[in-house]
Design a binder for this molecule. Structure first.
Ligand SMILES: [Zn+2]
Length: 264
């Protein structure tokens, strides 16, 4: 079987364990069914996720032009505290920015290798946690726009990490943490204007990934260096495919690559 398409992050289904789907234009692959099978991935081109042209991918699946011009790649995506739609102020496209920024957002604590704070649209819970490879997470604040979530994250990251250590996440070096206790401890650092939006009583969500065994020394696969790779799939965690030989392939950071996937 041979599949060809543009890589975009895997779609997920919150079941036990998580179900993963690689979706192409006219086809999809249910990745869980490939566990313990040998697959090969070949890079055959690049295609911008925004303009659809065959151009080199610059960042986040976008060509250079789209990255610097399209509203979906504005600075407020990565740094929610820079959001200005609530002030009626445009960054690149106010109509688009209002649609995304002026909707319920969640500030959460997630534990993937360490406890971290993060922001996501409410509609992206628990997808965001699955994509990060978190085995447990909790919503701690629900606000009506992205800006308020952003300033909460900025205030909290003085006291808790805001990054995932992907190697530890993939090695499954886990420590079970009491996220309710973390929430209660961090509550005093939440900005005054956000205090009315604190979620006092949420419980942890636990996430179980389809992994047969974890790599001891994960080694990142870069298809720009070797255009084809073949290996036995032994797990999927976050947006990473884990292979028998300890190679790991981050689908998310390879968005926009045109690939052929062959099943042995
Ligand atoms: Zn483009």
């Amino acid at each position: 079987m041979l599949y060809t398409g543009v890589l975009t992050k895997m779609q997920t289904e919150f079941l036990d364990p998580i179900q993963y789907y690689l979706v192409f234009e006219n086809d999809f692959i249910h990745m869980n069914q490939l566990l313990n099978k040998t697959i090969s991935i070949t890079k055959v081109g690049e295609q911008c996720l925004s303009c659809g042209l065959s151009r080199p991918i610059f960042r986040q699946g976008f060509c250079r032009t789209c990255f610097f011009e399209k509203p979906l790649a504005g600075d407020w995506i990565m740094r929610p505290e820079l959001s200005t739609a609530h002030l009626n102020k445009e960054d690149r496209d106010l109509v688009f920015e209002k649609k995304i920024q002026l909707q319920p957002h969640i500030v959460y604590l997630a534990n993937s290798s360490n406890v971290k704070v993060g922001v996501t649209r409410k509609s992206q819970v628990p997808t965001r946690w699955i994509d990060q490879g978190a085995h447990e997470a909790i919503e701690i604040v629900e606000v009506p726009n992205r800006y308020l979530a952003g300033i909460t994250e900025v205030a909290l990251k003085e006291h808790v990490a805001d990054k995932t250590n992907w190697r530890n996440m993939l090695k499954n070096n886990l420590k079970d943490e009491d996220l309710m206790e973390w929430r209660d401890r961090l509550k005093i650092y939440i900005p005054e204007e956000v205090k009315p939006y604190v979620l006092e009583h949420n419980k942890e969500t636990n996430i179980n990934f389809p992994v047969e065994h974890y790599p001891k020394k994960p080694n990142s696969l870069n298809l720009s260096k070797v255009s084809t790779y073949s290996g036995q799939l032994v797990g999927i965690k976050g947006q990473y495919l884990l292979f028998e030989d300890e190679r790991v392939f981050n689908i998310r950071s390879n968005e926009g690559l045109v690939v052929e996937i062959a099943l042995a």
